[in-house]
Design a protein around this ligand. Sequence first.
Ligand code: IPM
Ligand code: MN
Length: 370
Amino acid sequence: MSERKYRIAVLPGDGTGPEVTAEAVKVMKTAAEKFKFQMEMKDFDWGGDRYLATGNVLPDDAVHQLRKFDAILLGAIGHPKVKPGILEKGILLKLRFDLDQYINLRPVKLYPGVETPLAGKTPEDIDYVVVRENTGGLYTGVGGISMKGTPHEVAIQSMVYNRHQVERCLRYAFDLVCRRHSSGKPWKGLKEKDVKEGKIGQLTLCGKTNVLTFVFDLWERAFYEIAREYPQVKTDYCHVDATCMWMVKNPDWFDVIVTENMFGDIITDLGAITQGGMGIAAGGNINPKGISMFEPIGGSAPKYTGLGVINPLAAICSGAMLLDFIGESEAADSIEKSVELATSTKLKSMAAGKMGYSTSEVGTMVAENI
Ligand code: IPM
Ligand code: MN
């Protein structure tokens, strides 16, 4: 009998969240059978409907309950009948902060057969990872508003970082570069001279050192200090505005990008659209030594709720990232291969309603090819 047994908390959430989550669960369960491990899954109804019915966004002991699991699979948070901010802050951001998921890992990878809006770009060109710091910066909520409602009202929201937060994020990113290229060939974007010097991959710090001269002074100093511990990683720096430009024009220049929270939020939506859109973009909120939470990076897409037309691949890929995180990397790879087969030979489009298949047909197709 298999000794590998995991407990997964499933938060389907709002809108189309439950539909895509069901397909991710279907695929993960198939992978568990094939790769001979066990998963005990428990559903939680946290989201907009529960809030509207009870007035509570989360039960008081929510975080305590989640601590009993190995990982969390999340569908989507966001309900058209709930004022923006309540569920996002009360559920998503609260869990990220309370479980100290200080990394938001967002691969930007164009799968074969997927259409990108970047003219002439192929899967060869678009394959990098964004490491978004996930518990600091503007998202800390430090700030306030005074004289509200008067002509002199003042609003402040501060980008707050301490050295500890910056360092742990940078170290994760440097380690990730090493993991990405640990076996076999160095990253193909390196120059011959870099390879001769022993480099295996590249880490780009995305910042704004020309304007945000306090916060990015801290990031930049920490970046180059830590870089000395990683002589095999080539370092690179890009301002955030230029990063957006290069992500469109020369995405092949990137291997791993590390950045602060809000910049990471913005550039990963850009990254997602270059890889085919929200239907395919997956991510993980990671606490490397704790409980991580995996979610498609798109929202709840409420207008498609219940129609069976939403693309579940982002959720399925998030499930694969979850399995990789808990140590089932063979299962994760096999799901990814099956997704590639589906995008390259079956799906007509990544967009809702245009896939040529229903949500559950896509899930079944991926499950069958594991
Ligand atoms: C994301 C989302 C969230 C964020 C929102 C819903 C709070 O946009 O996961 O990127 O800003 O982090
Ligand atoms: Mn976002």
